[in-house]
Every structure is written in C-alpha cells, then in structure tokens.
Design a protein around this ligand. Sequence first.
Ligand SMILES: [Zn+2]
Length: 285
Amino acid sequence: MSQLKKRVFKGAADGPVFLVTGTVHGNEKCGTAAIGRLVMEIEAGLVSIDKGTLVCVPVCNPRAYALNQRQAEANLNRVMVRHSAPTLYEHHLANELADIIDGCDFMLDLHSYSSGVRPFLFLDTDTPAHRAYAQALGIPYWITGWDDLYADAQDLNAGDTMTYAKGAGKLGILVECGQHEDPAAILHGYHALRRALAHFGLTAAYEDAATAPPQINRMTKIITKDKAGTFTRAWQHLDPVAKGDAVIQYDDGSVLAAPEDGVVIMPAPKAESGTEWIYFGRADS
Ligand SMILES: [Zn+2]
C-alpha cells in the first residue's frame, strides 16, 4: 500500500517534471509547510504552472512526521536506495520515493537543521547546471566538499536523496532552510521553491519579498462616500489604474474617474456614508 501522498499539477504546455520533497526527516517540517502554502496558492489560482509538471510530496516520512522525530525505524536519508527485500518502514518509503524520483527531471529536497538560523544548500555535485540551479535558489550560504569529505566513508554517505537522484541522472539540490522550529525556515523554503519553479520554466519569474526592492506608492487622494454608488469592479488594494478610468459608478449616473495614472489604495466597497471609500496613489521612490 502506498504510504506517500502526492499532489501533481500539470501545466498547459509540455515541460520538465519538477519534484519537491518535504520531511524526509520527520521533525523537519518547514518543507511540508512551504509546499502546503504553494499548493493552496495554486488551488486558489494565485500561482499557475505554465508548463511541465509539478510533483509535490509534502511528507516523505509520514510515521516520523506524526511522531515529530527524525525517523521511525531508520534514517530515510541513509537508506534511500532500492530495497529488494524491505524490512524496515523506511525501506518501503525509499522504494516508493525511488519510483517518484525516477519519474522527475529536477528535484528540490527541503530539510531543516538543529542549530543556527542561516539557510544553506549543499552543492554536492559541482557542475555548471548545479551551480546555475543553486544560484537561482537565492540561498545565501552554500556548502560544498561533502562528497570529497565522505569519499573514504561511503557507508556514512550513500543512500541519501541527492546521491539517489544523481545516480538516476536527475539534477537535484538539498536545501537546509533553517532551524527546525524557526518560522523563517518555512519562508526560506517557500522562496527557494518558487525560485526553482521559475528557474526551470514551470512558472513565471519570481522575486521574493526578501530580495525585491520595495514598491512604494504615495497616497494622493481620498474619496469619502458622499452619495450612493458602486465600484465599477471588485477593486483590490494596489490595483493599477490609468487616468480617467471609471472607478465608481454613482446611482445618479455620474462617474468617479481615476485622477492620474497610479493605483487604488484600500478600497472599501461597503463603506458607510461619510467614511473613506477608496484612495488613489502613485508610484514614489
Ligand atoms: Zn534532514
């Protein structure tokens, strides 16, 4: 019986299969939360997969996740090989995960760690493609040299997700998003995921809030509700408007138009008479 729950989102156009995995270690839940946010946004139409296929496995070790501990019977990130005669719980998970990894082109594996706040990634395999992928993720700290360090200790190194992915010919990176309990780790993981999807062309370009310059708008005009009317559309805060656009249709037949090119600010369609109904603003620096 299948242990792993998958969510699959297909774009309208053909493209690569991108796999994101969370909670390979049961107490590293930031990836699950980051993936959960993205799934919610896709379902709400806030993020669209333009091409290719996104495969999400939010919880790779369900039993350890439920126990909030690293593993149930074995460290999944040390037994991530195919097991012809599985005996331990994680052996079964590894077999399922192997099938899923085999079906992808690119992979992102989200983990967290026990001490420290800096998100980092492992550049285990140093090729131009891995460097470009790592660069795209926006993770400020990279760790390399793992494979060399463990060259003489294969039993400590074999059987992890990235070694499996590499052996299967897949381009993958493992990100340590931050400390297990740090809420910021969820955001680091989320931003990395969004950047990875953009890097491989599944979504439009993505700039996360942490690195994008602020978009500043200056409030220039306030409209209080002085007579009955309705918004010409369901205005959202910071929707752009052009000078002359009809913004409010009054019941008496007249129209309130945007005073200049800019944005609407804090529209309140249910405002009481005499209170703030909508504001206008324009880009400022
Ligand atoms: Zn881990």
